[in-house]
Design a protein around this ligand. Structure first.
Ligand SMILES: *[C@@H]1O[C@H](CO)[C@@H](O)[C@H](O)[C@H]1NC(C)=O
Ligand SMILES: *[C@@H]1O[C@H](CO)[C@@H](O)[C@H](O)[C@H]1NC(C)=O
Length: 190
């Protein structure tokens, strides 16, 4: 009876220990994502760097997805040192890094939206992190437009001033000419 009692305890202990070990192993192998920034603001044609640091005692699968109010599309999937698979639409603009970070160059207005990274470990556990990207229209186009408008206005102002100056001159000439014409009339003896 006592033997059986001990045996049961042994089995129980071993089971607990096994579970605990498995749990610790799983924890050690579980992925984590470190990212300090969660939103970026860039202008058209600039580059964005989505910096994350994936930690895992395994070879994680890193997957980036783009989401906006109207679309959701895959950007790329990679396993550091194993493969890199970037979607055709992004292949020329995306740079994949081993720590999970992604560089996106030559930004367009349509790139504005939500970027989600999903990291999966080889046990099937996964974690996500998200970024919000805002893309502003190129400032220099606005500036160009503004300077062209300013230049046009300045030209117009200069033309007006020139016209006024010419008119003023013409007026003075006419007045002088009239005076000269009227002078003899006044001096004609009656
Ligand atoms: C990830 O790696 C890239 C390139 O090696 C580096 O520039 C970036 O700072 C790293 N990010 C983090 C959060 O460690
Ligand atoms: C790359 O990903 C696309 C879809 O995301 C898939 O159709 C294609 O088979 C993948 N290619 C490789 C080599 O894994």
């Amino acid at each position: 009876m006592l033997m059986l009692y001990y045996r049961l305890w042994d089995v129980h202990d071993v089971a607990v220990l096994l579970c605990f070990t498995l749990y610790m192993c799983h924890q050690a192998r579980a992925v984590s994502i470190q990212s300090t920034q969660h939103s970026l603001t860039r202008s058209v044609q600039e580059d964005a760097f989505f910096s994350v640091d994936v930690a895992c005692n395994c070879t994680p699968t890193i997957q980036w997805t783009f989401m906006s109010s109207s679309v959701s599309r895959a950007i790329g999937v990679w396993r550091p040192g194993v493969f890199i698979n970037i979607t055709d639409d992004y292949s020329s603009r995306v740079e994949a890094h081993d720590n999970g970070s992604m560089g996106l160059s030559d930004l367009r207005l349509q790139d504005a939206g939500y970027y989600v990274v999903t990291v999966t470990d080889d046990m099937g556990g996964s974690k996500d992190a998200g970024y919000v990207l805002k893309v502003n229209e190129v400032l220099y186009e606005d500036l160009q437009y503004l300077s062209v408008s300013a230049l046009a206005l300045a030209c117009l102002a200069a033309l007006l001033m020139l016209a006024m100056w010419l008119l003023d001159k013409a007026y003075r000439k006419i007045v002088a000419w009239r005076r000269r014409k009227q002078m003899p009339v006044l001096h004609v003896p009656v």
